[in-house]
Design a protein around this ligand. Structure first.
Ligand code: UDP
Length: 259
């Protein structure tokens, strides 16, 4: 079989040519980076969990009418997606002060924000993804006014939905990052949600203990990264309770049969 063509390799994912025109295969790696790739590592099993968590959230968002690039999961580490022209903007939505917001403005981490903040960063690793305003986006033509309207609208809808989803499983959705893409139909384009939604790009804190269940475990050398991601998947109902017992039972059964 011919090796499939790699289209792009990012920090946590690889994109391959898809089976049909206009599709791609998104492969989730175990690689983790932080601080603009100055810190690098691997979190064994992360890719499998992120593939599953992102599939779940994108599917639910599809159900409430948010258009996304997700088509279907193919296997443990891969999903079929629609090919998009990525808008070079990272959209960050914040409900609680943390990370760069706390650092930049001196607001204590954990402070509930009186209103949700949507921020934009220019996607450029060499520049360290600088914070930008809508003025910059319009001035440099990174997205049209109409596209920005759709992006802001979708970001708020995603936040409302995800805040409720996570609140229901005892998790505080502190902040998260989204990416959007353009798809072309004849001469018209529209904006859909792209990339992934996983603990790599969200801050998720346990409601009771405040424990971090996201990539800050890696960024801040807290350890227990994969266990945290697993806990998110488990609470979302993606790791059926008793699966460990089922595997153990199978092992016992095999041993009994001398295999
Ligand atoms: N984020 C991301 N990719 C980036 C930058 C930020 O996924 O390149 C996410 C991050 O995980 C957090 C939110 O966006 O959930 C806000 O990040 P922040 O601006 O506080 O930056 P950080 O402290 O991560 O540098």
């Amino acid at each position: 079989m011919a090796r499939r063509r790699q289209i792009y390799e990012g920090k946590a994912k690889i994109l391959y040519e898809g089976p049909e025109p206009g599709t791609l295969i998104q492969y989730f790696k175990d690689d983790a980076t932080a601080f603009n790739a100055q810190k690098k590592g691997t979190i064994s099993g992360k890719g499998v969990l992120n593939n599953r968590i992102s599939e779940h959230i994108f599917t639910l968002l599809g159900h409430i009418g948010v258009p996304t690039h997700f088509i279907r999961r193919l296997n443990m580490r891969e999903q079929l997606i629609r090919q998009v022209e990525i808008v070079p903007i990272e959209v960050v939505v914040r409900n609680v002060a943390a990370g760069s917001l706390s650092k930049r403005l001196g607001i204590e981490e954990g402070t509930q924000l009186p209103r949700t903040i949507v921020e934009y960063y220019y996607k450029d690793d060499a520049l360290g993804d600088p914070l930008i305003s809508e003025e910059h986006i319009a001035c440099f033509g990174w997205a049209s006014q109409e596209e920005m309207h759709d992006i802001a609208d979708m970001a708020i809808r995603v936040n409302d939905f995800m805040s409720g989803l996570f609140a229901g499983i005892g998790i505080r959705l502190v902040d998260f990052k989204l990416e959007f893409g353009r798809i072309w139909e004849n001469d018209f384009s529209r904006i859909i949600l792209a990339d992934e939604i996983s603990p790599d790009g969200c801050r998720l804190w346990d409601r009771e203990s405040g424990e971090k269940l996201d990539k800050d475990r890696f960024r801040r050398d807290l350890g227990g990264e994969v266990e945290a991601y697993q806990e998110v998947a488990r609470r979302l109902g993606l790791l059926p309770e008793g699966i460990d017992n089922a595997v153990l039972d199978l092992e016992k059964h095999r041993k009994r049969r001398g295999k």
